[in-house]
Write a protein that binds this ligand. Sequence first.
Ligand code: AGP
Length: 614
Amino acid sequence: MCGIVGYIGKRDAYPVLVKGLKRLEYRGYDSAGIALINNQHQLNVYKTKGKVSDLEQFVENKDISGNIGIAHTRWATHGEPSQINAHPHHSSSGNLALIHNGIIENYATLKERLQRKGVAFKSNTDTEVLVQLIEYIQISNKLDTLIALQLALREVIGAYAIALLDKRHPDTILVARKSSPLVVGIGEDEFFLGSDATPIVEYTDKVVYLEDNEIGIIRRGQELKVVDLNNVKMNPEVQTIEMNLGQLEKGGYPHFMLKEIFEQPDCINDCMRGRVNIESTNVALSAVIDHKDKLLNARRFIILACGTSWHAGLIGKQLLESFCRIPVEVEYASEFRYRNPVIGPEDVVIAISQSGETADTLAAVQLAKDCGAFIYGICNVVGSSIARATHTGSYIHVGPEIGVASTKAFTGQVTVLTMLALALAKEKGTIDQQEFLGIVQELNLIPAKMKQVLSKNQAIAELSRIFTYAHNFLYLGRGYNYPVALEGALKLKEISYIHAEGYPAAEMKHGPIALIDTEMPAVVIATKNAMYEKIISNIQEIKARKGKVIALVSEGDKEIAAIADDCIEIPKTIECLEPLITTIPLQLLAYHIAVCKGKDVDQPRNLAKSVTVE
Ligand code: AGP
């Protein structure tokens, strides 16, 4: 999704801005642009379709001087990806330059009104409408830029994080947010700006997250001032962030996705640290301790999420229902928010989101909150909008996830859901002590077992080469591994652009079996658990129709090895923890197939890391 970077201070702004844009590349984008005010108070705007590297080429031999600037990566919503639609957008006079994340929903009405007053537009974007509106209000009422901005934003319906330069005020950047994140980094006599903290961390760990309807006035040599849309002074809270630069680099891996797949054993340890005790006898989540009554007395849980996080939610349902005996519904946040759901104060919503910025999930949380439900967040990004909108929650603590295809966040989410189910079941007395201890002890062994699976990377890479020809894939699993099949299929389609469908294995005979032929490989999760015999029958059904089977089997399995075309052996574990292990070979399979096909693994086409628009 779009990215924002800004700088004001003593350094040359250009290198800071370009580096920041590169750090935001993981969000996905189609064009990039930059605006700088030089020492002669000229405002230079450069933009181009394509990557940040294209922008760098474009500015060669151009004036990129100045200690103040804003920069943007755009992910098209209104108007095709093109140079003209890229940000920053100028006002007609050329005095103002604006960058914007989000969507101005009433842009068409505002544009028509401005056109009637004679304002001409160059682009098809909602952003240009906003910058022209600010200027129109400013000129017609002879106002200063801040007041004009406040009046303009009061007319706007929609979501925005914006940064505005005015060449008549070369020592000021104005920023504002509503429903789209914006972070101001505070350094020594300098400020940094980011749509998340990623472009800021290498300069400072002191940040202010702007709240909705707040405007930040960033002036050289002064303290950050924050006001609301009525010019009432606000008191911003300066926070210290813990992210470090090493977490943002590829660390020797060719892609962030591969690095993140390999980080999973450490991530799961980080996620459990301080929560699962050393002796493996207890699970403690502070949110469960603080809100025990609310959670234990829930009429039901409703899990709301999108994409991969929704798949983790499907596993959470099985864990919570099985151990806590509380009914659980899992819904796509995008559907929930537009229904008229039956929900009230007796319900507990679990909102799952890696980024904590997914617009649909955030809106669904808001709706559930308005209906009186208690909201438990499971997020990765600390201080993100969803994390802040919830009553309580547990961070997954897996570190920044840069690859657009989510990997370590999924296993982190499943780990938190497992700990949540165990902690609640213990409190509720719905789990036998021996079973509880067995699962907790096994949970502690998961990172080591993940490493065993990762050691098969080379073999999986070789296997992947055979399957690059396929145009379709089927992923099958049952029980806890059914959501894993969905997740495996999503990974493959996201990064290799091969059509893939995930199904509960037993459902195959109700339709998808018609697709099976020699050209249709099926990935079957066939570990030795309660469903083992049934899944063997499903494999037989595929083989009888000449389908190719890649089976994920438990170590030492000879029976499936005899019928499947290829097998990936994985270490045995307790059935409810299997998703933490079975997911990894599927991530690697998708990764290597995409690499073989020469695809852009970390920034697949059309996808954005955090989907901050609906
Ligand atoms: C996962 O690989 C995806 N890119 C996507 O489905 C993602 O999980 C979804 O957009 C939800 O994101 P969130 O977890 O940040 O809310």
